[in-house]
Design a protein. Sequence first.
Length: 487
Amino acid sequence: MIGAAMAYVIRKTIALIIFIVSLTLTSCSLEHAPTPTLSSQPQFQGGEYLPGLPPFAQPTSLAFDKNGVLWITLQDRGVVAYIDNRYFAFDRMNTSIPDNSFAKVLVDRDNVKWFGTNLGYVYTFDNKEWTILPIPAGPYRVTEKGIEGTYGMADILQDHDGRVWFAAGGVWSYKDKKIDSHFTEVFGENKVRSLTINREGNLIAATDKDIYTYDGQGWKNITGQVLKNPRLSISTIFFDTASDRLYVGTSDGLIVQHGEEVRTLTKENSGLASNAVSLVETDEKGNLWIGYRIDIRILTKYDGEKWVDFPSEHVRDIAYQEKADTWFVASQGGLKKFDGQSSWSIFPVLDRDPRLWWRQKSFTELVQEKTISVDIHDALANPLKYKGQKISFIGKIETGWEYADIIDEQGTRLHIWPNFHPALPTIPMSPKPKGRPEYNQKESPYLQISGYLEFQGNYGHMGGWPFQFYITEIYPLPSPVTNSQKP
């Protein structure tokens, strides 16, 4: 036992010396990013200043609050509050929210921000505190059957009575931040894609094929009154109270219902750029704005007399700032500002996140940073507790043709994508005895792993993985690993 312990200490010491001596790299001069001195403070608490949108930022939804702050939800990158050319990031690593893939935002009458995520969570932010609200299906979870929980958020709105409605598979509402109603059986296996409120205050919900209204007492299917062609696929619905018109964006044109009159606008009989309509909005001037499916790179404006097309990537959402008479457009190509006429400007996206300062440090500097031994499960449950700290735990690396993961000493997959400091040597990997040979899975022996817990979430279809671990040092352990060797 003494010999094994001594061998372990010797191996660890030798590994450390080799790393420091052989990999003394030029130190990067970028330090921890300081918070700039601002002439005026934002109208909210928290968030971390960035000089632009975070790396890989893909905006999904936009909304202005009553203080003129533009709230931007990002796919796999959290939320950014934008005001006076300043960006403040809110995400898993600086708030209490349990996931980072945001889909929709709504600002209610009390200036509270409501957020829905692609994992089905619902959060509110009142400019001081984040609140995680209950959801009907329970929290998102990974089981042997696959992903369980609610579907990704499709839409959010507030009705005339102050209830906030969410569409995520089914439909439910909150009153005083408590679940007030929940409907799923009405829609069968169809998922609700879009919500709107008519002039009478009734909720209108659209699935891919059907349209329903809810008057507070019961649901009614009105598909036949609106769609003359039952084969149409619905993308979005929007009710304009100013003109008392219901707009339905479909795969084959824009349906417009006004009272008993129903018209179908198409590329052939109107100024639409395409029949595949996926977004409809109006502004305070009465202009109609229309976006199209992902392969149609046009945004159309209709002022009641003429149709004007503006080149744009696939438009996901738009927000109008009345004070500046300016439109903000969330598109596949990024976040853009548009004066409604011809002038476009695009928001900057950072090449790297300055908050991840360890990625800019030399290996020699990182080795000298203080290391904290942790229970990795506690670190995953409380990431804020270990923010920016170098942590260490026992685990092994599993890699394959497409997937990678870190496994704890009990053999449990942690759903952490491993990322290595470039100065680290290749880790010896052996074929996994029981696995899927088509993925060519291999795994390392158990190691003591040191580094920094990050939230990145940009792994394509693996974007649901909540964490990434940036490995700076790896030390071998005696075999077999015992509980006494836990950090």
